[in-house]
Ligand binder design. Structure first.
Ligand code: DGL
Length: 288
């Protein structure tokens, strides 16, 4: 595998750009391909069979670009499909967001014998129990609290920020029962929640460690590339980025900029037909 190959990142939509932002901070010289399944978002209310089918098509498509690593940046997709697809695509290096997030939350819960760890995520992620297994494996004495928070993705996608009264109310309503149980750590188990991390941290208070799965995922990818000798360390040029989407709506520019922190230049639209077809020949974005 070539060091110069890109890292491919996929998500149900544009929320995974929070992971790309963290990856670019951690590894500024890497080329990144981002695939946002904007036509079929949200995944968080869908079944495992459906989401696994979508992610399978995207991985098959991204495989054509010869990526050195594939990141499933979507918590729901990681929870519902990663083990199946890792077994199907044995030749590819694939990681997700659940294990790194759970590892960090388990550590951040401190030295208490019976810490309380909360997780907020989409309905499908909570239902899958993926975080439950990942946390219980690491801290089996911990008290684990789970809360699906389905309203947060649409209100964040609407462009509402941390000061918006509707966002404040929703976060308070969702978190108050957890706070009453004496949280030690709260894991943000969804791509969108880093956008309101400041508000969440204010609401849970300074004694609760708030863990952002995007940051943890980026650190995990860094370690994987480093140990595999695949890190593009001392390159003199900044990493390039290219984005693929299955639908481009008028909201695209606003959302992409909010999640990524910088303007996103002209994404490539991938039609469903193109996504379905096998990408055996491979694609090339950059010459030389
Ligand atoms: N990307 C999803 C996640 O992290 C949130 C949006 C969706 O439901 O597709 O779980």
């Amino acid at each position: 595998m070539a060091i110069s190959a890109p890292i491919a990142v996929l998500d149900s939509g544009l929320g995974g750009l929070t992971v790309v932002k963290a990856l670019r901070r951690e590894m500024p010289h890497e080329d990144i391909l981002y695939f946002g399944d904007t036509a079929r978002v949200p995944y968080g209310s869908k079944s495992g069979v459906t989401v696994t089918g979508y992610v399978r098509q995207i991985i098959q498509y991204l495989k054509g670009f010869g990526p050195k690593h594939i990141v499933i940046a979507c918590n729901t997709a990681t929870a519902l499909s990663m083990s199946t697809l890792r077994a199907e695509f044995k030749e590819l290096s694939i990681s997700g967001v659940i294990e790194p997030g759970a590892k960090a939350a388990a550590a951040a819960a401190g030295s208490k014998r019976f810490p309380v760890i909360g997780v907020i995520a989409t309905e499908a992620t909570i239902r899958s129990k993926a975080y439950e297994y990942a946390l219980a494996r690491r801290r089996h004495h911990a008290r684990l609290l789970f809360r699906p928070t389905p309203l947060l993705v649409p209100i964040i996608e609407e462009g509402r920020g941390e000061e918006d009264p509707l966002v404040v109310l929703a976060v308070q309503q969702y978190l108050n029962p957890m706070i009453k149980n004496g949280l030690d750590a709260l894991l943000l188990g969804c791509t969108h929640y880093p956008m309101i991390k400041g508000l969440i941290a204010r609401i849970v208070g300074p004694d609760v460690a708030v863990i952002d799965s995007a940051d943890q995922c980026a650190e995990d990818v860094y370690r994987r590339l480093l140990s595999g000798g695949l890190l593009r360390g001392d390159s003199t040029r900044p990493g390039r980025m290219h984005c693929f989407v299955t639908d481009e709506t008028p909201r695209f520019g606003m959302l992409a900029q909010r999640f990524l922190g910088v303007e996103m230049l002209s994404p490539t639209w991938v039609s469903p037909e193109e996504l379905y077809r096998s990408s055996d020949e491979g694609f090339s974005l950059y010459k030389g």
